[in-house]
Design a protein around this ligand. Sequence first.
Ligand code: P6P
Length: 335
Amino acid sequence: MSRVTLSRYLIEQTRSHNTPADLRFLIEVVARACKAISHQVSKGALGGVLGSMETENVQGEVQKKLDVLSNEILLEANEWGGHLAGMASEEMDNAYQIPGRYPKGAYLLVFDPLDGSSNIDVNVSVGTIFSVLRCPDRNGECGDLGEEAFLQPGTEQVAAGYAIYGPQTMLLLTLGNGVKGFTLDRELGSFVLTHDDIRVPETTQEFAINMSNQRHWEAPVQRYVGELLAGETGPLEKNYNMRWIASMVADVHRILTRGGLFMYPRDSREPEKPGKLRLMYEANPMSFIIEQAGGAATNGSQRILDIQPTSLHQRVAVFLGSKEEVERVTAYHQE
Ligand code: P6P
C-alpha cells in the first residue's frame, strides 16, 4: 500500500473536512521549514551552529545560534506566500509584519522555533512548536498587526503542531480532528504518515517535572508529587516512574506516545511570574494537541485553552497529559 505523505493527507483533509487551501499551504510551508531546521540541527559541531549568540531574547535568555537560525528559516519560508497576516515568535520581542512587497493572508503563525535550546549543545532532542490562529479581521486585511491581534485564547487555534528533532524527525499535527504523526523519510524528503490516530492513555504511571525546584513549589504540587513518590505505600496505591528531558517537545512526545503527566508549575523563584513556559507558543499548541488526543491540560486552576492572553510572551503554569492525573493535581489546587 502506498505511503500517505503529508501533502496527500492535507489534500484528503480538504475533501473530507474542507480544510482551506491557504491553511494546507501554510502547513506544507511550515513542514518544509522544519525539514530545513532538522538539517541544520543534525549538523551539530560540523555546521558551526552550536553555542550561543551575544544576544538575549525577550525572556532575557541567551539566544543559541540555532534559535536565531531556526527563527530566520521560519520567517523566510512563510513571509512571501500570501497566507499570513503576521507572525510572532519566542525569539522576537514584537510581532513580525509581512513586508509590504508581499500579499497578506488570513492566518497568524506563532512559534517557538527551537524549543529545548539548553539541550542543543549536548545532542539531546529539541523541536519546533507552532500554533495557527485566524487574523481577527475576517476579511484578511489585518493591516499592520499590533500584538493585540495575536491575543486570542487557545480555543481559537485552527491548527497546531510540533516537529521533534530526535533519532527520527517527526511532525505531529492537529487540524482540530485528531492528532496525526508523520515521520521524515530522508530519502524521499517527505513527511510520511506513520501514526494515524494518536491517543493519550487516560491513566499513567509516569510523570515529568524538574524535581530540583521542589522546595519552591506551592502546597498542592508538593502534596501531589509527594503522593507520586510514595507510590504503592501512599494514597495513589501504585508506583510511578519519572522522566525529565528538559525539552518540552520531547517530554510531550513521550506522553503522546505512552501516556504520562508533564508539569511545569509556578514556583517561588520568580513569584511575579505564573510559571516558566510561554502560553502562546508552547502551552497553547501543546494543550490543543494533547486535548485532541484525549488528554487534558490546565494551569492548575483552569483549562489552558480557555485562558485569555494579555501579552504575547506571557508565561503560564502547565499540567498536561493523561486525563486522570491532570484532573487529580488540578483538584488539589481547588481544595
Ligand atoms: P528547566 C526549554 O528551555 C523549556 O522551555 C522547555 O522546553 C522545557 O520543558 C523547560 O524549559 C525545561 O526547564 O527549568 O528544567 O531547564
